[in-house]
Design a protein around this ligand. Structure first.
Ligand code: NDP
Length: 286
């Protein structure tokens, strides 16, 4: 396997093609983010959105790569299907069994990676200055995003992780998959026990539908940081709930979005762009 061919610096011929596949994808800010990265690192590339329904995923993805696309980001609901599709997985994608980044190599290898975990931990630790060691973490949701972040979070030597999901057996089986990395358990929303958590991460897609899981009282204390992976201009149902519960902080997933994108860009282009200008550019829009 050799590195993906690169079209080189901006202005040198046809741009290399990248994009995001998901269903839906129209709300995505990834073209803006990768456009800024390309400009700041002088890379000649284009980045487009591809709305692909689950039943068409395999056929359409293979068509995109045979048609010249060099790399794709993958978002809901395709992250686990993408892990099954690629020929090779990076160690962190193997651990997650979920892929959010695919790189196409010259020898036709499709490499699947997962940059969600590093995106979240960089945002929490570097951007938000949240220390993770010895913290109790509640993760809502057991889909592709939760899978991607559990490994990197557990590497921080957390005291405990509780995964709670609408379909409780998925939370329990996801916890069992990661039990070798730390103290972790799974349950349904109504079964979540106290005392209050240090960090509550919403990794459900409920916010995208304007919904908020129904949770027991007593989960949020004065020091609790609440983090919604979903992002948008207004409050999400989860950040509104966190604010009403007097959480210390209630944040949306913009920083994670930008940091995971920077890691994808690194895999594709061999350069990790500076994320600060993108975070600053997004700030007035949030
Ligand atoms: P998946 O489709 O893989 O998983 C969805 C999860 O949400 C499942 O656990 C599902 O539960 C749960 N869920 C869906 N609807 C509801 C609801 N109404 N009430 C309660 N739970 C619900 O999605 P992903 O894991 O890929 O994405 C999850 C979220 O994270 C999305 O909002 C996505 O935009 C965001 N995200 C943000 C990133 C960022 O960079 N900021 C990166 C990755 C994801 P069940 O198992 O019962 O169906």
């Amino acid at each position: 396997m050799s590195w993906p061919q690169q079209g080189g610096a901006a202005g040198e011929g046809k741009p290399d093609q990248y994009g995001l596949v998901g269903h839906p994808v129209s709300h995505s800010w990834s073209p803006f983010i990768h456009g800024m990265f390309a400009q700041s690192t002088a890379q000649n590339l284009s980045y487009r959105l591809f709305d692909i329904a689950p039943q068409d995923f395999r056929r359409d993805i293979l068509q995109l790569f045979t048609g010249g696309v060099r790399g794709l980001n993958v978002t809901l609901p395709h992250k686990q299907a993408a892990a099954d599709l690629v020929n090779e997985l990076t160690p962190r994608a193997t651990r997650a069994q979920a892929v959010n980044t695919i790189a196409f190599f010259e020898d036709t290898t499709l490499l699947g990676d997962n940059t969600d975990g590093v995106g979240l931990t960089v945002d929490l630790e570097r951007n938000m200055k949240v220390a993770l060691a010895d913290k109790r973490v509640l993760m809502l949701g057991a889909g592709g995003a939760a899978r991607g972040v559990l490994g990197p979070l557990l590497e921080r030597e957390l005291r405990e992780v509780v995964i709670a999901n609408r379909t409780s057996h998925k939370a329990r089986s996801l916890a069992a998959e990661f039990a070798d990395l730390g103290t972790i358990s799974g349950c349904g929303f109504s079964e979540i026990g106290g005392p209050s958590y240090d960090l509550i991460i919403n990794a459900t897609s409920a916010s995208l539908h304007g919904a908020m899981p129904s949770l027991p009282d007593g989960l949020v204390g004065e020091q609790t940081v609440c983090y919604d992976m979903a992002y948008g201009r207004a409050q999400t149902p989860f950040t509104a709930w966190a604010t009403a519960q007097h959480a210390a902080r209630a944040c949306k997933g913009w920083g994670m979005l930008v940091e995971q994108a920077a890691e994808s860009f690194l895999l594709w282009r061999g350069i990790r762009p500076n994320t600060r200008p993108v975070l600053d550019a997004l700030a007035p829009h949030l």
